[in-house]
Design a protein around this ligand. Structure first.
Ligand code: ZN
Length: 531
């Protein structure tokens, strides 16, 4: 990822940084007495992967919750809930995660299946992307939700059309009505969850993660873990912009840029809208498959301008989630207004996802210097139904990485785990093929938007480093930079795209320290792929 030295055979690491990058022969003469030498036997080394948008806490929690990822029918989910209920006392919560609120949106399940499976336990099952929850009767009762309960702002209680009774699915902010009755994890459990998630990251070759919504307890856990040297993944934290107390507090004290590059707090995450699958993304025109709705904004343009101005003025980056074309437009408008008034440049304001963008807005990312932080696997997961939602016209500006890259904008890429797998090679595969792991559709879905392998690798390394103001310290194997690197089983430049999915991480180094080593850490040996 260093254009002046695109490939090398050997590196020397001193005090956690690359002291030298060059040939094997020179390595032996320059460093004859190295304290440690490691011969990788010709295996491929890449800079440590930087996932520019992920959720460590949700990943960690998913290890603690009932795992419903990949469950194809509501009946199967209910069966698992029933098994779980058999192990609990009545009244204990059953928390689950991972049913697909996008795929199941054609016909959402109702509470009856879960009510039958666990009549005396409240059940709260969060969707894969966190934009919908499926609950049982007991949970509705505990939360006091009935047919007279009004929809909260920016949320929707799905109801039985005949009776008006809540049917058991809560969209966007309506989930809070139930979530607020679930006891939050204590600090120790948060640390356990984050630790499990961080290990999973290292196993997958991620050496840095942009944590896309940080709450006060997570922050406390991160701090204590860093202090005790119990967190090897580097964290770039986006503060939860919905928590006004947290934001006020941080605006008072200003950003915290870690000189050790382990935990930096200088970004604020804001939500402009919801998701496309659950029809919560804000569109200009109605949904093609539900003409009564245009989705919904979760923050209006004036509020977006206001929070951007306040954060930017105090040296914080703003990263706003925007999926629909109307949401993307409003975020760009808000950013533009603030940038025009501000004298400072290098704001690096971000749009998270930039998923459906109107043709007129595509060049504005580059013009304004706004970063389009995109997720290739969202495209390949959504492609079976995305065009139904928005039609043949708007789809042209959806997941349109190449159109945005062509204008010269920065496009870091990421997985948005745990909604998608955090395995970066799945992301790279999706970026270069626009196909599902089975190779469908043939030739790729809107293949004109495919990235080159180099662009995808840049997106996961140097571009992601840029998005956190760290391109001078991370994102390439280059003299002087932090020694974060991974050893992988195959050279991605020498294999067919379909083979990318078989790449496994053999070793992960952070700060020059080995933090993960696969059991089958032999070059060329393909360990089991971890989706
Ligand atoms: Zn996210």
């Amino acid at each position: 990822m260093n254009p002046r030295q695109p490939t090398a055979e050997a590196v020397a690491i001193v005090d956690g940084r690359f002291a030298w990058v060059g040939s094997s022969v020179d390595a032996k003469t320059l460093y004859p007495n190295a304290a440690d030498t490691l011969d990788l036997g010709g295996a491929t080394v890449l800079p440590g992967i930087i996932d520019a948008h992920g959720h460590l806490m949700n990943l960690g929690e998913s290890f603690l919750k009932l795992d419903l990822k990949g469950v194809s029918t509501p009946q199967e989910a209910a069966r698992r809930v029933k098994d779980k209920a058999a192990t609990l006392r009545s009244g204990e919560w059953i928390l689950g995660w991972g049913w697909d609120e996008g795929k199941w949106a054609t016909q959402y399940p109702t509470h009856e299946l879960l009510t039958e499976a666990a009549p005396t336990n409240p059940v709260f099952l969060t969707g894969l992307h966190g934009f919908a929850a499926w609950v049982n009767k007991r949970a509705l009762l505990v939360a006091g939700i009935n047919k007279d309960t009004r929809d909260p702002e920016n949320g929707k209680i799905l109801r039985d059309v005949k009776t008006g009774e809540p049917s058991g699915v809560l969209i966007n902010r309506a989930q809070d009505l139930v979530a607020s009755h679930v006891a939050p994890l204590d600090l120790d459990s948060v640390k356990i969850a984050l630790d499990l998630a961080a290990r999973e990251c290292l196993r997958n070759g991620l050496t840095s993660v942009h944590e896309a919504r940080v709450t006060p307890i997570m922050l406390q856990a991160f701090r204590e873990m860093v202090k005790k040297d119990r967190l090897s993944v580097r964290i770039y934290a986006m503060l939860d912009g919905a928590n006004s107390t947290l934001i006020d507090e941080w605006l008072k004290r200003g950003p915290e840029v870690d000189p050790q590059h382990r935990l930096t707090i200088r970004s604020v995450k804001v939500f402009a809208d919801g998701a496309l699958g659950s029809r919560g993304a804000a569109l200009y025109e109605p949904y093609s498959d539900a003409t009564e709705t245009k989705g919904m904004f979760t923050t209006n343009e004036a509020a977006l301008s206001d929070i951007t101005r306040r954060c930017f003025g105090r040296g914080f980056q703003v990263a706003t989630h925007a999926i629909g074309d109307a949401a993307n437009n409003q975020v760009l408008n808000a950013y533009e207004r603030v940038l025009k008034q501000a004298s400072a440049n290098d704001a690096r304001l971000r749009v998270e996802h930039a998923q459906v963008v109107a043709a007129a807005d595509i060049p504005r990312f580059a013009e304004l210097g706004v970063i389009a932080s995109m997720q290739p696997t969202h495209c390949t997961s959504d492609m079976p139904w995305a065009e139904k939602r928005i039609g043949a016209d708007r789809i042209k500006g959806a997941y349109a990485w190449r159109s945005i890259l062509k204008t010269g904008a920065h496009v870091p890429i990421s997985s948005d785990f745990p909604g998608e797998t955090l395995n970066p090679f799945y992301g790279i595969y999706a970026a270069v093929t626009r196909q599902d792991p089975q190779g469908n559709p043939k030739g790729g879905w809107y293949p004109e938007q495919r990235m080159t392998l180099e662009e995808a690798l840049r997106g996961y390394t140097i571009e992601a480093a840029y998005a956190e103001f760290e391109e001078k310290n991370k994102g390439s194997i280059e003299q002087g930079k932090l020694a974060d690197l991974i050893v992988i089983s195959k050279d991605p430049t020498k294999i067919a795209p379909s083979e990318l999915l078989r790449i496994t991480v053999l070793k992960t180094f952070v700060n020059g320290k080995l933090v993960y080593s696969s059991k089958a850490a032999q070059p060329g040996v393909s360990a089991r792929v971890q989706p």
